[in-house]
Write a protein that binds this ligand. Structure first.
Ligand code: GLN
Length: 235
């Protein structure tokens, strides 16, 4: 069984760009030295556990749908573990924790959610940010604009085409440290573990290998090294 598993090339979905978890090279691949936290984790785990994989780079929402319909074997995309997702997805142990944050352009006058009345707010389709924004939309009275990737959403806010965006805090903060020109408003509104995912009941040997490899990454301090590389300085 182990042998059969190691012969298989797993198709792993990932996001198009979701810094610092996914950082695409100029040629659009993740083959470079600084491909982001998720890609480095997967690389190290696959090497340690001796399995082959191919990355499938799609929007986050496309990844989730491809996973649920069995077109990909697994996904790693800064994905938050939620009770709703657990109905259709099996998650690995967690390698990081993050949550939803509000951000605006540096020179924006918005200082709290209350200032969002009548404003346009960007979110990425299918994300926990989109779900959160939708849940408070009526209360605060803003319009939602949907994007397929975070870079475009942020650039749109910076350019003044939208007033604010919701996205993952670590991602927004990494972007800000690297010059997106945005500013975080208030506190991170949620905290959720990030994990590798497979379709519920499928690819359990892959999930097990991921968990085994992750335990090794944690034990040897390698996980910390990878995370620090992206969170303690500009890349
Ligand atoms: N952590 C968020 C989620 O799981 C966003 C993930 C992403 O944009 N790649 O919905």
């Amino acid at each position: 069984q182990a042998q059969a598993a190691s012969k298989k090339t797993y198709i792993i979905g990932t996001d198009q760009t979701f810094k610092p978890f996914e950082i695409q090279d100029k040629d659009g691949t993740y083959n470079g030295k600084n491909p982001g936290i998720d890609i480095e984790i997967l690389r190290e785990i696959a090497k340690h556990e001796n399995f082959k994989y191919e990355l499938k780079i799609m929007s986050f929402n496309a990844d989730v749908q491809a996973l649920q319909s069995g077109q990909i074997d697994g996904m790693i995309a800064g994905m938050s573990v939620t009770e709703e997702r657990k109905k259709t997805i099996d998650f690995s142990n967690s390698y990081y924790t993050d949550g939803v944050c509000l951000a605006v352009a540096e020179d924006s006058k918005i200082t709290s959610m209350k200032d969002l009345k009548g404003k346009t707010v960007n979110v990425k389709t299918g994300t926990t940010s989109a779900i959160y924004a939708k849940s408070i939309q009526k209360k605060y009275g803003f319009k939602l604009k949907y994007y397929t990737n975070s870079n475009t959403s942020w650039a749109d806010v910076k350019a003044g085409n939208a007033d604010a965006c919701f996205d993952d805090g670590p991602s927004l903060r990494y972007g800000i440290a690297n010059g997106t020109g945005l500013r975080i408003v208030g506190k991170q509104v949620s905290n959720a573990p990030l994990a590798f995912a497979v379709k519920k009941g499928e690819n359990q040997e892959l999930l097990k290998m991921f968990n085994d490899g992750l335990a090794w990454l944690k034990k040897t301090g390698r996980l910390k090294k990878i995370v620090n590389k992206y969170t303690s300085k500009k890349v």
